[in-house]
Structures are given as structure tokens and as C-alpha cells.
Design a protein around this ligand. Sequence first.
Ligand code: RNT
Ligand code: ZN
Length: 413
Amino acid sequence: MSRYEEARKIYSSYGVDTEKALDTLKNVSISVHCWQGDDVMGFDSREALSGGIQTTGNYPGKATTPEELMADIDKAFSLIPGKKKLNLHASYAIFEDGEYADRDKIESKHFAKWVKFAKDRGLGLDFNPTYFSHPMVKDGLTLSSPDEEVRAFWVEHGKACIRIAEYFANETGIPSVINFWIPDGYKDIPADRIGPRARFKKSLDEILSVQYDKSKVFVTLESKVFGIGVESYTVGSAEFTLSYSMQNGLTPLMDNGHYHPTEVVSDKISSLLLFSDKIALHITRGVRWDSDHVVLFDDETKEIAKEIVRNDALERVFIATDYFDASINRISAWVTGVRNVSKALLFALLQPSAEMKRLQDENDMTALMVMHEELKTAPFGDIWNEFLRRENTDSDYITAVKNYEKKVLKERK
Ligand code: RNT
Ligand code: ZN
């Protein structure tokens, strides 16, 4: 008997159908962020990364042109099992033959190459307006700026991006998720906390006055607790984004690096699911703070996955990755992180959730603890390897990554 068949038997003794789990997993799509490949640089300006986020490290071979980034995405995607979408930022606009449009004037045509890339590969495209790394970010502020010229510029950017997201959905035939995150905030104690939030609210109202097809474009709003250089006050706080989303029919987005270190997103998912039809996640790994480390197969990633699966919410949660490590091979960073999201989902799909809920409801917390611990050492690896096999991928991806590094990445200037 193969290792998979043996493992399948063991799981079935817990009442878990591994075939059903594998079948479900292959249809879950993960939106993979394009910005791991070039340290969040994009192509529309030479500005340094700003907005209170940072990439550290100088590993050789980062992509510096659209062609290089596309080649790297292809390499990474070939090593990632399962269904994927590609998540772009507005700063990845591609301008041809000297043409240029500033962020308030970008159009669908500046993303035509990405659309072709996606269509050729059967991928959906998600989107993000880019409210950082730009000279119109004045005093660290965008949509909450008291400077009308600055605020209006960024409102136009938001509107332009919604139109582009709709173009993505129309072209690919797959709905597009567009996520709004702004870095606005203050390093030190403000005297007016409500003013910036009122302006942010007004700006969002203005942006959302654009007509778009709500069955094709899902607008999400991401909160944050602080950023580097923005430690004392963040305009788009959890309370702001959640309230705004609920009141205006947007989808709230939680990034698990964006909360106080003892708060966990896994515990927040169930509450949001009771009040919002859809929710969105940026899966990342904060180490002490929002450090955007590569996602691991760790306890919180598994717990997030369990909350999605056991609440039967795979269709209601937009799952995306968001991390950027410049200190290691970027292809490997992509593959490792996205595989770990899939792994966590498979791990969750292999839990006898109904049985465990029953134990909880009967207050048999003793048996529940034993069951939790038992499942940690069940032959999960054999089921994961079977998933890789069915997806024509291998548990060994480091060899392919090293070859690509030698042949392609090391050759880049
Ligand atoms: C920043 C947010 C945001 C960005 C990307 C690049 O803290 O997490 O999602 O990481 O938009
Ligand atoms: Zn994020």
C-alpha cells in the first residue's frame, strides 16, 4: 500500500475523508502578491519605498523590469500547487515607448500587458491602488490630507483604479478584488484624531461614487495599527475600516501583521463572518511587529485556515498573501509562503471538525484537547505529498529555485 493509502486509512479512522479534502483544496484560489519579486518597487517611479513599510536585505537577482518580474512569477507559479490569482499594485503599470501617466491618470491600457499575461495563463487579477512611494504623498498623508490638492489627486487615483479592476474582471472573466490601504498617520501624538479620519471617510465616499459592477469588482478596505515612522496614530484603524465597510457594503480586509502582537486574526474571523457576507485576508507573518516575513506552516496560519474551513467559509473569504523578504531568494520566498497557506488549508480540511464541535458542545474539553494533540502528529505529510503529486509539483522545489538562480537571477546586473 502506498504511503498515501495508509495515511488515508488513518484519517478515515478519525472520520476524515482525505479524498474530499484534496478535492476541495484544488479549487481554493489564493491571490499571490506580485510585490515579493521586486521588493515592492513597481515600475512607475524611481521613488524609494515609503508608507511605513520596508523591505530589508539585498539578495541578488530582484526583478527590475516587467519582463523579469513576469518570468519570475512564471517560475514561482510553476512550483506552487493549486489555483492562483495574481495580485497587482497600481505602481506596476507598464508604460510603453516613453508614454507616462501619473497615478491620478492611469488607465486600463497601462495594464494591457498584465491582462495578456493573466489571460494566457487562465489567471484572475486582483488590484491595489498604490498610496505610497510617490511625491504626492505629502507629510505622509494621502486620502486624509488637509491639503485639498493632495487629497483630490489621491481620490482620482482611487477612481482610476476601480475602473482598472473592472477592466481586469471583464477581460479575464474572473471577479477582481481591489484593496484600499493607505499609510496615513503620525509619528507623534496628534492634536486632532477625528479630522484626518473624517477626510478619509469623505475621500472614500468620493471614490466610491464611481459606477462599477458589484458582482465583478469587490472593494476591500484594509486596516492597520501602526507603521514605521507612523507609530502614534493611524488614520485607517481597525474600527474605522470595519465601520466604513459595514456601513457601505465593502469587504473588510484583515492583515494579520496589523494588530497588537497578542491579538490574533484567527479569533476575529468568526465575528466578521456573522456580519459580513465576504471577508478578505492578507496572510503574512509578523515577527514582533508587522515585519512581513514569509508565511510559515505555523500555529497561527493553521488556526486562520481552520477558522475558514470549519465555518464553511471557503467561498466567502478572499485569501491573499502579503509579505516581502529581500534577504533570501525571492522565488523561494514566494513558493514557500504560498505553499504554506495551502498546507494550512489542507491541514484544516483534515480535521474532524463536526466531531470536535460536538465534544465542545458536550463540554468534553478533555477529549477535545486529546483530539487536537493527536491530529498534530497524524500523517499529514503523506496527504500533502499526494496533493503535490496530483498538481504535478514536487516537495523538492529548492533544486529548481537554485537552478533558476544560477541561470537567470545571477546573470542580472
Ligand atoms: C501595508 C499593507 C499593504 C501592503 C501592500 C504592499 O502594511 O499590508 O497591504 O503590504 O499593499
Ligand atoms: Zn497587507
